[in-house]
Design a protein around this ligand. Structure first.
Ligand code: ATP
Length: 133
């Protein structure tokens, strides 16, 4: 299958650079997949499970939490706010974060900002747990 070059990074640095057959992630309007030959494109990213497929068919899965993806002249750049490969995710930490966030939300006495923060934390924890399977 045809491949294309991709660079995946966060503000902390480059996490992957190489050829892939496909990248799939969550855009702000839903899931998206990029294949070789994709037209020039740019979108903000949402929060969700992402993966790349390497030329040998290996799939590497990650939690992608916000950012920006662009395709320019056949090259893809994915700059994520947070990108965690599945093998780097600590499931117990995510479970604890999920329970803390659920407890806060259940208290029902949060102001708007506190509620948004708790919901965002819950969302991140759920993505991490889903990536860990
Ligand atoms: P927590 O309450 O456990 O810190 P959080 O969602 O508030 O969770 P973030 O602010 O999204 O955490 O992340 C802070 C840093 O910790 C980032 O570098 C992120 O990659 C890392 N991180 C957060 N949770 C996990 C996890 N479960 N496994 C591995 N790295 C994590």
């Amino acid at each position: 299958m045809a491949t294309f070059p991709i660079r995946i990074g966060t503000p902390d640095g480059l996490l992957f650079e190489g050829e892939v057959e496909r990248v799939k992630c969550r855009g702000i309007t839903g899931d998206l997949a990029i294949l070789a030959g994709h037209t020039n494109y740019c979108t903000a990213l949402g929060m969700g499970e992402a993966y790349i497929v390497l030329p040998d068919g290996t799939r590497r899965t990650a939690a992608c939490i916000g950012g920006m993806l662009s395709v320019m002249d056949g090259s893809c750049h994915l700059l994520a706010t947070t990108w965690e490969w599945a093998e780097d995710i600590d499931a117990e930490r995510a479970q604890r974060a999920k329970e803390r966030a659920e407890q806060k939300i259940a208290q029902g006495n949060l102001d708007d900002k506190e509620l948004r923060i708790a919901e965002a934390k819950l969302g991140r924890a759920l993505v991490r747990l889903s990536v860990k399977g």
